[in-house]
Write a protein that binds this ligand. Structure first.
Ligand SMILES: [Ca+2]
Ligand SMILES: [Ca+2]
Ligand SMILES: [Ca+2]
Length: 384
């Protein structure tokens, strides 16, 4: 009895260790003096996750909480993105980490990827990009509201912060002069308020929309942005919030998904943003996952997006055909993945240019009988 029990206990301990190792307690990204930390998604709680945001040699924490929420048409409250329905991801390198929610809340309707990128812009400045990409994995259109909540306490002190800005930009500072912008790109609504007014809206059991109470605000800054979108089956959309510390971030790097594929398993993605960095060589990889192992694939890159037309029957092209500048292909690896990596030349003239990408792989089981295709992915070369 005893050895068996002991072995079982050991195996359970090892299994628990492996599970714990799969998703660390928190995600930590560093770039120069910029440090970004986001606590684990919760299993039960709808509370926003703890945020650490440090940006200068003094290494003082200006962050308190930051997280994403959603509500589908028909829901009677907002939900935090939680560890329910399968969770993956982690820190892939010092500047990029992600959280993959395989089946959000186990509802069989949505999958989501939360990507964080941290880039130093100087000894006292840097940019964190927090972007949520969702896909409608169901066979019917879904109307979705997404919310991004942030609580900053500039210089580690709450209650003395001064907020200016508008419905897409909250500029938060205090007497120390540290300035952090929270920018909700393309947000449909916004709200600022003293803790915990906005937080309560997103975490309580009632349905709430942000009411466009905008800056100025003095006190304990909290703020949120809201986007409303209807997604067709297999359509993917990206929502982006920037945390810009002591930098104007006039041309931020960006990766945004658009359009729809012909299945929910096959995706294109990026694990770094295209950054024009004159201090070091940078690359940008267009990646694909979820394809068949060892299957023939193509990755296309163009300079303009396209609304699909009946050009190739059974394929929706999300890149304008005459704008295509590169077609890369081969066979996927044993995991059904592939990637093409571009060098970003050391030229400021590329700043602000967007490229458009889409992936394909051969599979006779696809709805069209020959291939799966992904939604489109737009990448904009930024500079800090
Ligand atoms: Ca303060
Ligand atoms: Ca609510
Ligand atoms: Ca605050």
């Amino acid at each position: 009895m005893w050895p068996t029990q002991r072995m079982l206990s050991l195996r359970l301990t090892v299994a628990a260790g492996l599970l714990a190792a799969a998703v660390p307690a928190q995600l930590t990204l560093t770039s120069g003096n910029l440090v970004f930390e986001s606590a684990d998604p919760a299993v039960a709680s709808h509370s926003p996750r703890a945020l650490d945001l440090l940006s200068d040699p003094l290494q003082i924490d200006h962050g308190y909480e930051h997280w994403w929420f959603y509500r589908l048409a028909g829901d009677t409250r907002e939900y935090s993105l939680r560890d329910v329905g399968g969770l993956g991801g982690g820190a892939l390198n010092s500047e990029h980490g992600d959280r993959d929610f395989f089946d959000v809340d186990g509802r069989g309707l949505l999958k989501a990827s939360l990507d964080f990128d941290a880039y130093s812009a100087g000894p006292t400045s840097g940019l964190v990009v927090s972007r949520l990409t969702v896909m409608n994995t169901s066979a019917a259109p879904l109307t979705l509201d997404t919310f991004c909540y942030t609580d900053l306490d500039i210089a580690g002190t709450a209650g003395d912060d001064l907020v200016t800005g508008d419905g897409e930009s909250h500029l938060v500072t205090d007497s120390t002069g540290v300035l952090i912008e929270v920018r909700g790109i393309g947000a449909n609504a916004s709200q600022v308020g003293n803790y915990p007014s906005v937080r309560s809206l997103l975490t309580n059991a009632a349905l709430d929309d942000l009411n466009n109470t905008l800056p100025p605000l003095t006190g304990d800054y909290t703020g949120a942005f809201q986007w409303t979108a209807t997604l067709a089956p297999f359509e993917q959309r990206t929502f982006t919030v920037l945390l810009a510390a002591n930098t104007p971030a006039n041309v931020p790097p960006a990766v945004e998904h658009y359009g729809a594929g012909n299945g929910s398993h096959f995706e294109t993605f990026a694990t770094e943003l295209p950054l024009q960095d004159l201090t070091q060589p940078r690359t940008f990889s267009v990646r694909m996952k979820g394809a068949l192992p060892n299957s023939e694939y193509r990755i296309i890159t163009g300079l303009d997006p396209w609304m699909p037309q009946p050009f190739v029957p059974g394929i929706d092209l999300w890149v304008l055909p005459p704008s295509i500048i590169a077609v890369y292909g081969g066979f996927t690896d044993a995991s059904g993945e592939a990637a093409v990596t571009y060098q970003l030349p050391n030229s400021a003239y590329l700043t602000g240019i967007s490229t458009y990408h889409q992936c394909f792989h051969v599979d006779p089981a696809a709805p069209n009988g020959f291939a799966y295709f992904t939604p489109g992915m737009r990448a904009t070369i930024g500079r800090l």
